[in-house]
Write a protein that binds this ligand. Structure first.
Ligand code: NAP
Length: 322
């Protein structure tokens, strides 16, 4: 059996695959182009993809032997799951293992932007710091403030728990269905998106990118937020209309933003890079050594299960398995 891995991942997962199959790994330190994937996938039984690989219906059509696609991410908006299901191809992801690492990163961004860490670091390094000053780099409080979670799933709940238990924050949330465990554990309250935006001092986006959530936060929603509030996005860039966010940050419609993901990744919207009230990171939510090792194993284990006729643990389209 033949497997294509579209970008070098940690050895742990690769070894599991190499023990059993002929594995072709992208030799370059960059993403494969769509054309390269389409060519390489032609004779493959399994495909291990990155969140940056668009696995569209024509990529799937180019792979007549394909039985399983495992995505090295929990979000799988890059894969045409309907097209895969139509061919009976299993699609798998890496839920759970990256929850705490991503929640930590959301908090790192929240703290960094609110307490102006990056701006202050730059100021000190540029030799502008001439001594303590009463008005220097004043930021926002988070202890005891209100935290709004858009998408109270695995990661959203972990972000909320840190706020509620560590910083005595009041938690508001949105989700498709009520989250009674979080309501019981730390008093989270389900509200409308409008109420969440109006009441929160910090808004953390933790929903998946779907047709419903694309551009969920645009100019109107940003104007609903408090001028002292901060927006944190560790979900997917296109949930936020980035040009509207840049405009809102420039005009201080909101106080700041912490972003790990971008609408047109890896490009930033014009003007974003120049803003002191935005902290940006390079889509590193799950980027800890232990998490990435385990993600590689999960993807490999699911490929092995699928190719050996067992049901993969992290199957997102169970309709293909009868
Ligand atoms: P999850 O457990 O499936 O949680 C997603 C939550 O979003 C669910 O609670 C869901 O509600 C809610 N939701 C769905 N549509 C919504 C809508 N229209 N409005 C409000 N809430 C909505 O997923 P997760 O593991 O927490 O991951 C969340 C996302 O984070 C992933 O899809 C991925 O895109 C992103 N992510 C990014 C990084 C990074 O590196 N920055 C790392 C990991 C994940 P219900 O439960 O009621 O359906």
């Amino acid at each position: 059996m033949k497997v294509l891995v579209t970008r070098k991942i940690p050895e742990k997962g690769l070894k599991l695959l190499q023990e059993k199959y002929t594995v072709e790994i992208n030799p370059h330190d960059r993403s494969m182009t769509r054309e390269e994937i389409m060519e390489a996938v032609k004779d493959k039984d399994a495909l291990l993809t990155m969140l940056s690989d668009p696995i569209t219906s024509d990529v799937i059509a180019a792979a007549p032997n394909l039985k399983v696609i495992t995505n090295y991410a929990v979000g799988y908006n890059n894969i045409d799951v309907k097209a895969a299901s139509g061919r009976g191809i299993m699609v798998c992801n890496t839920p759970g293992v990256l929850t705490e690492a991503t929640a930590d990163l959301a908090w790192a961004l929240l703290m960094a932007v609110s307490r102006r860490i990056v701006e202050s670091d730059k100021y000190v390094r540029e030799d502008k710091f001439v001594g303590w000053a009463p008005m220097l780099h004043l930021g926002g409080d988070f202890y005891g403030q209100t935290l709004g979670i858009i998408g109270m799933g695995r990661i959203g709940t972990s972000v909320a728990r840190r706020g509620a238990l560590g910083f005595k924050m009041k938690v508001l949330y949105t989700a498709n269905s009520p989250k009674t465990d979080a309501e019981k554990e730390f008093g989270a309250k389900k509200v409308s998106l409008e109420e969440l935006l109006k009441e929160s001092d910090y808004v953390s986006i933790n929903c998946p990118l779907t047709p419903d959530t694309r551009y969920m936060i645009g100019p109107k929603e940003l104007r609903m937020m408090k001028p002292t509030a901060y927006l944190i996005n560790t979900a997917r860039g296109p949930v936020v209309q980035e040009s509207a966010l840049v405009d809102a940050l420039k005009k201080r419609v909101i106080a700041g933003a912490g972003l790990d993901v971008f609408e047109d990744e890896p490009a930033l919207a014009p003007g974003l890079a120049e803003l002191d009230n935005a902290v940006v990171t390079a889509h590193i939510g799950s980027a800890t050594t232990r998490t990435r090792d385990r993600m590689s194993e999960m993807n490999a284990e699911d490929i092995i299960s699928a190719l050996e006729g067992r049901r993969p643990v992290n199957l997102v389209n169970p309709e293909v398995v009868r």
